[in-house]
Design a binder for this molecule. Structure first.
Ligand SMILES: [Zn+2]
Length: 240
């Protein structure tokens, strides 16, 4: 049974992705939709994006700075607040410290909804995606219960719901037909990733840009196939 489009739109959302552009690929249409009706959006990026280049001679400090600027431009398209956690790309660890850092962020931001990677997705290759999902889920437990992390001196906070993207099991869709362009616009802010993840070798070539837009459109239509509308797919956790 697949549900779609929450009856009650969350008034505040914290989306947490492993890398700059993960949220844009997987949940940005949904965030744009909710931002358009006045929800407050916070986006957190766990790592510095420092592995995101195929050029062996790439200056890594420059790459990190470029990716921060791109992420900010993407977040600005929907007026989202952006938080950089700055862990080293490819080396994100699921441990007490990272869980505490995210629990603190949750207690400070106090979102009704949290969106992140599904850590239970089978055969996932990238460790950061897996670890990010696991860190966030454990952090939600630590953030919501008052006897965890008393040393933070920040009152506990229980989000209402969780959406996991790239889900092992899809049970919820959010339709994004009016927000496809915003999603694509945000993705195209990540110019440093054109070659590695978007198959765009020449940004001036309109055919390549159109091919990318069509690909994102096809993904949304495929995700929304059960209801015949372009969508993003999730695992919904309603009891937090
Ligand atoms: Zn990623």
């Amino acid at each position: 049974m697949i549900s779609y489009d929450l009856n009650e739109i969350p008034s505040s959302i914290l989306a947490i992705g492993a890398h700059p552009d993960d949220i844009e690929f997987n949940a940005f249409g949904t965030l744009a939709k909710w931002a358009s009706v006045g929800s407050r959006i916070d986006m957190a990026i766990m790592t510095d994006g420092s592995k995101g280049s195929w050029d062996p001679d790439q200056n890594i400090d420059e790459l990190k700075e470029i990716r921060r600027i791109e992420a900010k431009r993407a977040a600005d398209t929907i007026g989202a607040n952006l938080h950089f956690l700055n862990y080293v790309d490819g080396e994100l660890e699921f441990n007490k410290d990272t869980v505490k850092t995210i629990a603190k962020l949750i207690r400070l931001v106090k979102p009704q909804m949290i969106i992140t990677h599904d850590p239970f997705k089978k055969y996932r290759l990238h460790p950061d995606h897996r670890n990010c999902g696991q860190i966030v889920l454990d952090a939600i437990v630590a953030a919501r219960d008052p006897h965890f992390l008393k040393d933070l001196n920040i009152s506990h906070h229980r989000p209402h719901k969780i959406l996991l993207f790239e889900p092992e099991v899809t049970d919820h869709l959010e339709t994004i037909q009016e927000f496809m362009n915003t999603k694509i616009e945000a993705l195209l802010k990540h110019k440093s990733q054109y070659i590695t993840t978007m198959d765009i070798t020449d940004p001036e070539n309109p055919i390549q840009i159109m091919r990318f837009k069509n690909w994102i459109g096809e993904l949304a239509h495929s995700a929304g196939n059960p209801i015949g509308k372009p969508a993003e797919c999730f695992k919904l956790i309603e009891k937090v």
